[in-house]
Design a protein around this ligand. Structure first.
Ligand code: C5P
Length: 415
């Protein structure tokens, strides 16, 4: 390479990177890569195929990364499924060197060794750096496998031409460190397009207490908000989720549990400072009990019971008038059963939103409690985007895709 001469780009610093090593002579060069990444502030975890361990001993990688090295599918540190744990953990995966064998096995979805299993369990961008003999590299079988990986979004770092271990001169030598790092940065940038952004999401139906054991709420499951938080976190944002619903939270999402609309407003007052985006997916109640009984209301003692309700102040409207929060790009939701566009536009104006996502709640196949959603996203600038039926996670990414260009330029939203 030599790797120690290649400065690690800023974009990679601090990332959780899984370095997967298969059995080629170039494996020794990857010790330098793992070391350089670790020194640049990345958290690096290494996994090796059995044949890779014949070229370089796992203690070398453990030494430079400070982390144990995975060499098999069976647990070593109490983690029940090391491949799933590492696939989940990684923000970037680099397979280097990638032998013809490992490329073929990834291409066919094999998972019977730790390297291929991690790639299959990955949720992050994958960079593959092939290295092999020139005759192997030129074979149609290998080229077709490489193409298959490319088609599926894997980034391939083409090997270089030069002197090969076999004594031949030709294409097949592991790419230079600078090329590998460049591909890693590109993979990260395309995926972590919200890096450096602070996104606040609300989720779930607010709960307004009647007495210590009863509350008024609604059918909101919180799934849309959780999907938005997960999508933003996967794209590199710092995410705060203010929620009444308690689903398992996605890695990296900072969860603030709340119950009432007032608690949600208070939490937002804190969390929105310095935020770029607020997505208000929570179904905030319209009315709450005017008084909350301090003791359980007993049927025996209260044969007839009238509940007096008072309106809940609009959270979005009060955020709008907060000067400190003027820079936050605000996205609201509107659940409507008719005249979707007209009502959503009116709501967007009234609540001072930059955008609104309107759902048709008369449709039984989407919305409340469902894993799917559909609707339309409208922006204050007049643009309109149809959101055909898709999973809530897909819709979350679509919403973020549409919001992202509005944030470009200066950090912080237009108001
Ligand atoms: O008026 P409606 O409840 O349909 O408005 C929906 C949007 O307004 C959602 O984004 C919801 O989170 C937000 N909202 C709010 N404060 C309320 C009621 C709703 O911010 N009190």
């Amino acid at each position: 390479m030599p790797l120690d001469l290649a400065p690690v780009p800023e974009e990679l610093r601090g990332l959780r990177i899984a370095v997967l090593v298969s059995g080629g002579i170039a494996a020794y060069k990857i010790v330098d890569l793992a070391s350089a990444l670790t020194q640049a502030g990345c958290e690096v975890r290494v996994a090796m195929t059995p044949s890779a361990t014949r070229f370089v001993g796992p203690p070398s990688f453990q030494g430079v990364t400070g982390n144990p090295v995975l060499t098999g599918l069976w647990p070593v540190d109490g983690s029940p499924e090391p491949h799933v744990a590492l696939g989940d953990w990684a923000q970037l995966i680099v397979v280097a060197p990638a032998t013809a064998n490992v490329i073929g096995r990834i291409a066919t979805g094999r998972s019977d060794d730790i390297v291929t299993a991690i790639v299959l369990a990955a949720r992050c961008p994958v960079v593959v750096a092939p290295a092999m003999n020139d005759a192997m590299w030129s074979k149609r079988a290998v080229q077709e496998n490489v193409e298959a990986l490319r088609d599926r979004g894997v980034s391939i770092v083409e090997p270089e031409s030069g002197h090969l271990a076999s004594g031949h001169v030709g294409a097949g030598r592991l790419a230079a460190a600078s090329q590998l790092l460049k591909a890693m940065v590109e993979a990260v940038q395309s995926r972590y397009d919200l890096a450096g952004r602070r996104v606040v999401v609300t989720a779930g139906g607010t709960r307004e207490p009647i007495d210590p054991v009863r509350f008024i709420s609604n059918y909101s499951s919180g799934k849309m908000g959780f999907a938005l938080a997960a999508a933003a976190a996967d794209r590199g944002a710092h995410v705060t989720l203010v929620t009444t619903a308690s689903h398992p939270a996605h890695r990296g999402v900072d969860v603030h549990p709340v119950e009432t609309a007032q608690e949600m407003l208070d939490a937002l007052g804190e969390q929105l400072k310095g935020a770029d985006v607020l997505v208000m997916a929570a179904a905030v109640g319209d009315f709450r009990p005017a008084r909350t009984a301090t003791k359980k209301i007993r049927r025996e003692e209260t044969p007839r019971f009238t509940l007096e309700l008072e309106p809940i102040p609009d959270i979005l409207a009060s955020i709008r008038s907060d000067k400190e929060l003027a820079g936050v790009f605000r996205v609201g939701f509107a659940a409507e059963d008719s005249e979707l566009d007209a009502k959503a536009v009116e709501k967007m104006k009234r609540k001072g939103l930059h955008a609104i996502v309107a759902n048709d709640i008369s449709r039984r196949d989407i919305g409340f409690g469902s894993d799917d959603n559909a609707g339309v996203m409208l922006f204050a600038d007049g643009s309109r985007h149809e959101l055909e039926k898709m999973t809530k996670r897909e819709m979350a990414d679509r919403i973020l895709d549409l919001v992202l260009p509005k944030l470009s330029g200066e950090k912080g939203a237009e108001s």
